[in-house]
Ligand binder design. Structure first.
Ligand code: SAM
Length: 295
């Protein structure tokens, strides 16, 4: 495999744009990376090697795809924009370990694609500069599908990355932190300036690393119920836990029943949702769930 001049430079990117008369679609979150240093850092944080299979979402013109091809065993990349397919065929033609799938990641059968393109038992990692308009739906879909993926290293909007990795008693902590951390160990590994993108986005960016957990950190009787209860507890952030719960269960539980469930798990109803740990949310959800089933 011969090396070529990196795609991720301002000049090369402009050259490709001109050659194909390509215009960015804001609606598809098209902000392409034009800095190889940032790409190398992403590769470093992803912890990939020549045995790793990599899955990319939104290869764009191939800036990150190229680095993944160099540093991993094989890359499978999902790109929704048909206009980019001939461009990718040209920019990545010297690499023989890349498969481009022209499909919407939210509609694709990713499990099937993984099974048909990677060796069984091969370590697979997701590495991507995600389209910001659908960051959360993409990550939640991939996590909830419980794909055989060991980690995610993704560039996303800074504020969303902070919410996903947030700990209790911080402004960013909320139901998204619980949803992501139920499936993964989450950390923000790097903040990235707007200047490394073409065109520059309106928001700041960060690289988020998610290490997928083998097992959930807490035992919940019903996952759906747990996530809904967590959302309810953050429903109105300034309100107490008690008030949010009373509001959420208004049609099925009275205040006394709610108070008694809170007492059972020794959680003070005057606290705010943002002070509860995942373990506390789990015991709260379980006591409500069993209590309601007995009714
Ligand atoms: N990886 C390239 C880079 O870093 O230069 C491009 C990243 S750009 C932020 C996001 C890419 O995701 C674009 O190429 C866009 O067309 C693609 N995209 C947007 N929505 C998508 C979807 N639903 N499924 C697959 N790709 C999508």
């Amino acid at each position: 495999m011969s090396k070529q001049k990196a795609i991720a430079t301002p000049n090369k990117t402009k050259e490709i744009l001109n050659k194909y008369g390509f215009s960015f679609k804001k609606s598809l979150g098209q902000n392409f990376l034009i800095d190889v240093n940032i790409l190398e850092k992403i590769i470093h944080y992803a912890g990939i090697n020549k045995q790793t299979g990599t899955l990319e979402i939104g290869p764009g013109m191939g800036a990150l795809t190229e680095q993944l091809a160099i540093h991993s065993d094989k890359v499978v990349a999902f790109e929704i924009d048909q206009r980019l397919i001939p461009i990718l065929n040209e920019t990545l033609q010297v690499y023989s370990n890349i498969e481009i799938v022209n499909n919407d990641i939210l509609k694709a059968n990713i499990k099937e694609v993984i099974e048909s393109h990677f060796d069984s038992g091969q370590k697979i990692k997701v590495v991507a500069n995600l389209p910001y308009y659908i960051t959360t739906p993409i990550l939640m879909k991939l996590l909830m599908d419980r794909l055989p993926v060991s980690s995610f290293t993704v560039m996303i909007q800074k504020e969303v990355a902070e919410r996903m990795a947030a700990v209790p008693n911080t402004k960013s902590y909320g139901s998204l932190s619980i949803a992501i951390q139920y499936y993964t160990h989450a950390s923000v590994v790097m903040n990235v300036p707007k200047t490394v993108f073409m065109p520059q986005p309106n928001v700041d960016s960060s690289v988020l690393h998610l290490e997928v957990r083998q097992n959930p950190p807490v035992n919940v009787l019903d996952e759906d119920f747990f996530f809904k209860l967590v959302q309810a507890c953050f429903g109105q952030r300034r309100k107490t836990l008690r008030n949010n719960l009373v509001r959420h269960f208004a049609s099925i539980l009275n205040k006394e029943q709610i108070e008694s469930f809170l007492n059972d798990v020794e959680i003070d109803g005057t606290r705010r949702g943002e002070s509860l740990t995942m373990e506390e949310f789990a015991s709260l959800a379980n006591v409500f769930y069993s209590g309601l089933r007995k009714q």
